[in-house]
Structures are given as structure tokens and as C-alpha cells.
Design a protein around this ligand. Structure first.
Ligand SMILES: C[S@@+](CC[C@H](N)C(=O)[O-])C[C@H]1O[C@@H](n2cnc3c(N)ncnc32)[C@H](O)[C@@H]1O
Length: 244
């Protein structure tokens, strides 16, 4: 596989790109998403699986299965491992997958991973900055992004993602959730969140479906997995929106 070129635009501050990488990302997640020295180590299915306590494959499968072959899907932010390729294969050659991420290094890495899948493309944009395509997508998939952004940014991103869903289309959020009181990982995960993921705590008890005024146009279903540590939230935009 082609290595990522050594391009000045891939610097950790995102300088060289049109708008800078957000401050919260630079301050909190430089080591994870903006540093090419850790990227090769983190971007492995085995590491992603370990981080999600062996649940990565079933969470990814559940998200991917929510979208129909032949549909146009927006993936909100890059994900380590093979998730985007799974999604691209799911929509197939008759569909489209567009991945949007704010970090130039992640965009370059995702392009490299999706090189053999012509139905997939990757572009750089801040999902908090505006709607990536007004009612343009049959599906929008947001996999473990919301716990990594501050609460106000989270609401903006959810609003923009809902705006991007076409009438009759679907949005899928997969993320952390408050585990059951006696879950053996409750306190270890609380420590991990305090140490590495400072915005996660504010998501755990939040009903994602309430984060945007747009939510009323959707019907929602939510399920939790692995003792409540993970949630899958699906919103279906009502067809009647077509008349609006
Ligand atoms: C999807 S999340 C977490 C994924 C998961 N931890 C994994 O295994 O990869 C990580 C991505 O979100 C991106 N990101 C964070 N804030 C963003 C924003 N406002 N707009 C677009 N992408 C964003 C980061 O650049 C990073 O590539």
C-alpha cells in the first residue's frame, strides 16, 4: 500500500489547509489523530478491537447493516481500522460513500485505505462548520465521533448531520453510553474518560435525539450493547418531509 506523502499540509495544526484543525482536537487528540508517528500503530483492526473491548466488529456490522446497497452515504469523520471500506462495500458500486474529516492527516490516510474502492471519496471539512450537503444523503453514519467533541460542538454537528439526511433517509450514531451500575468496566472506563477523553462524560447520559431541533422530523430507535457501554441510535427522516 502507498505510504502517506510527507506533505506540509499534513502538519498537526492543519496549516496549509483552508481552515485550521479545531482547538479541542489539537489540545486533546493530537497524539491520536494528528501525529503520523502514532497513526500506523493505532490504525490496526487489533488495536481498534482492543479499545472497544472486542466489540468493534459487531458495532461496525450493526452500523453498516443499517444502510442499503446502492445508497449515497456520508461518513462523519474517519475511523481507524476497516470501517470505511466495510461501508463502501455495503453501498457497492451503485452507491456512493463520502467520508468527511477535519484533520488533513486522517483525510490522507483514509484516501490511502479506500484507494481500491472507486465508490468512496474523502474530503476535508469541519462538520461543526456547516451542513455537508442539504438533504443530500440517503444515509449518514457517525461512528464514535460525538464523545470526542465538546458539548456545544456536538449539538452543532448533530444538527448539520440531520440537515444532510434526505426525506426517507436515515442517520446512525454509534457511540459510548453510560454502562449499567454494576458493569465491571464502569469505573475503569470512567478513569479512561477522565484521563484521555474529557468530553465523553457529557455524552453518556445525553439523549442524542434531543440534540437538535431537527430531531422532530425523525422517528428514533435506540439500543444499547455490552452492558450499556455502547449505544446505537437510528433516526429515520419521515417521507412527508418531501412535501415541506
Ligand atoms: C470518528 S472519531 C473517533 C473514531 C474512533 N476513536 C476510531 O477508532 O478511529 C475521530 C475522527 O474525528 C475527526 N473529527 C473530530 N472533530 C471533527 C470535526 N469537527 N469535523 C470533522 N472531523 C472531526 C478527527 O479528525 C478524527 O479523525
Amino acid at each position: 500500500m502507498e505510504p502517506i506523502p510527507d506533505d506540509p499540509a499534513l502538519r498537526p495544526d492543519g496549516a496549509g489547509a483552508d481552515d485550521p484543525v479545531p482547538l479541542y482536537l489539537r489540545r486533546t487528540y493530537s497524539w491520536a489523530y494528528l501525529d503520523r508517528r502514532t497513526l500506523g500503530w493505532l490504525d490496526r483492526p487489533s488495536v481498534v478491537s482492543a479499545i472497544l473491548w472486542g466489540n468493534a466488529h459487531r458495532l461496525m456490522q450493526a452500523a453498516v447493516a443499517a444502510f442499503r446497497p446502492g445508497s449515497r452515504v456520508l461518513q462523519a469523520a474517519c475511523v481507524y481500522g476497516g470501517f470505511s471500506a466495510m461501508l463502501a462495500r455495503r453501498v457497492g458500486s451503485e452507491g456512493r460513500l463520502e467520508v468527511v474529516d477535519v484533520a488533513p492527516l486522517q483525510v490522507a490516510n483514509a484516501r490511502r485505505k479506500l484507494a481500491g474502492l472507486p465508490q468512496a471519496s474523502v474530503r476535508r471539512a469541519d462538520l461543526a462548520g456547516g451542513c455537508p450537503g442539504w438533504r443530500a444523503y440517503d444515509g449518514v453514519c457517525c461512528f464514535f465521533l460525538l464523545h470526542e467533541v465538546p458539548a456545544t460542538t456536538r449539538s452543532r454537528i448533530v444538527g448539520h448531520l440531520l440537515d444532510a439526511v434526505a426525506p426517507g433517509g436515515r442517520v446512525v450514531f454509534v457511540d459510548y453510553h453510560r454502562p449499567h451500575a454494576r458493569h465491571p468496566l464502569r469505573w475503569p472506563m470512567a478513569a479512561v474518560f477522565r484521563w484521555l477523553e474529557p468530553y465523553a462524560e457529557s455524552l453518556l447520559d445525553t439523549d442524542i435525539a434531543t440534540l437538535s431541533a431537527q430531531s422532530a422530523a425523525f422517528s428514533w430507535q435506540k439500543r444499547t450493547l455490552f452492558g450499556g457501554l455502547y449505544q446505537i441510535v437510528i433516526g429515520d427522516r419521515r417521507d412527508t418531509e418531501a412535501a415541506a
